[in-house]
Design a binder for this molecule. Sequence first.
Ligand code: ADP
Ligand code: MG
Length: 237
Amino acid sequence: MRIHLQNFKKTFGDTTVIEDMNLTVEDGEMIALLGPSGCGKSTTLFAISGIHKINGGTLHFGDKDVTNLPAQERSVGVVFQNYALYPHMSVAQNIGFPLKVQKLKTAEINARVGEIAELVQIGNLLDRKPMQLSGGQQQRVALARALIRKPDVLLLDEPLANLDAKLRLEMRSEIRRLQRETGITAILVTHDQIEAMSMCDRIALMKDGRIEQISTPTQMYESPASHYVASFLGNPP
Ligand code: ADP
Ligand code: MG
């Protein structure tokens, strides 16, 4: 499902964090919101998910204007850096929770949980508690939970930041595989250009609440649009 932000604006009190942002993510595309800490990546993602209300502009999913829809009525799955799993629930209960909230029948929930757990390859871990899982496995649970309602849009906020280097590599290709297999339209927030480059079709490089350049990774490296872009890409974290 195509995502379209027009003249997006977000303020906190007197501070403008997102200023007049325009962005289109094509159906089935995975795009990175890349930029230094504090430039407004998470704020943008939270506004798209409906967790934050925007102060100006519009948001469309396909032809549908979702600007004023509350988060639970938007067809969105979100994965955060810290996974935010429910510690007292089993893996199966964690994944199925969004369906339980919707009051689906238990048999239906179980079938769907089994299916999605296979997709993210944790079918053998359904009875465990989150604490009994590795970081990578926890991240797979968070992905499964984000996908269980079959959303049109997947939003990922620094999903690999808490993983060690080896797992980070593994989960990079795993998230990309899932995105391709499901055909879901996805936005990945990251401050890591290597992550953005290796996982996404296009990169939107942000500066102070605006998009400085948007292009394929190759185009961005070959022809940076400004000194800022060149300097950001030239100084990997
Ligand atoms: P990023 O994800 O790119 O690191 P954020 O979107 O989290 O950046 O933050 C962008 C700016 O907005 C920062 O200056 C941050 O301090 C500010 N900000 C974020 N959330 C809030 C909030 N709830 N209240 C006030 N300021 C906020
Ligand atoms: Mg952030």
